[in-house]
Design a protein around this ligand. Sequence first.
Ligand SMILES: NC(=O)c1ccc[n+]([C@@H]2O[C@H](COP(=O)([O-])OP(=O)(O)OC[C@H]3O[C@@H](n4cnc5c(N)ncnc54)[C@H](OP(=O)(O)O)[C@@H]3O)[C@@H](O)[C@H]2O)c1
Length: 265
Amino acid sequence: MNFKDKVYIITGSSQGVGKELAKQLCEKGAKVVLNGRNESKLQKVKKEFDLNNHSTLAIPADISSVEDCKELISKTIEEFGRLDGLINNGSITMNEQIEKMDGELFQKIFASNSLGAVLPTLEALPYLKKTKGSVIFLSSLAGVHGLPSASAYSMGKMSLTAFWQSLRAELVKTGIHFGICYLSFTENEKSKRMVTANGDLIPVPERPKFMVQSREKVAKEIMSMISRRKSKKVMSVIGKVTVFTMQHFPRMVNFIIRNVQKNKG
Ligand SMILES: NC(=O)c1ccc[n+]([C@@H]2O[C@H](COP(=O)([O-])OP(=O)(O)OC[C@H]3O[C@@H](n4cnc5c(N)ncnc54)[C@H](OP(=O)(O)O)[C@@H]3O)[C@@H](O)[C@H]2O)c1
């Protein structure tokens, strides 16, 4: 597929997988809308892209706000005149026990992972119909089985499967491509933070190298999903084994997760 002059919005592209995907799309000649809530961080990233003569637009927006999402799409169309793809990547990660959380924090994390993919999609659909473009949802293994200390995150990621299934069926005649990608353990940026109770932000613990997939590899796989219009992808061997086991031996997976938790006390 030729990405040249195609226009993509990547939510949450001021760091991590989103930023790497933006880089790879730009290198193929695409125009990319960068997004995140933190405006200064976003402008810094845009400058990096400008230095490489990449065509980008930075739009600070909270993807869990209807008004912000309307602006995200309208400013994109104003600048580039078309939209070929929306990658729903923005997300707040958490590490907190449910009993320590209040409703407001739960709502914020859930919204960024669930409505944060729904709201930009709703606004983008009319433009994607014209180009028969793509909508990609970035889910997680937490979207396959709910994980402890990640309740709001798991709920948000699992809801993406339902939304993707509904859209794929309902909008089959539009020619829009809807894809969902279940990421496994992926290399994190040093600046990545997880939310705890009281809204504190803490660094993500390092994972053993053999368990993680590089951001480059993940972004490459997403590019291939777009160009081959694939509807579903599970990343990495660990991810594939987990999903297979979950589908065929769900009680075993449930047993293992509960026992790990019991042994933690
Ligand atoms: N890394 C992994 O191991 C892993 C595993 C499974 C799934 N995933 C999924 O893959 C995607 C990328 O992960 P990552 O590790 O690259 O994440 P990350 O480093 O935490 O980056 C998240 C991005 O989302 C933005 N963001 C958060 N809330 C937002 C909001 N409400 N509105 C707009 N932007 C928002 C952040 O910028 P601001 O803070 O400035 O808003 C940041 O740019 C996520 O959907 C994640 O759930 C990752």
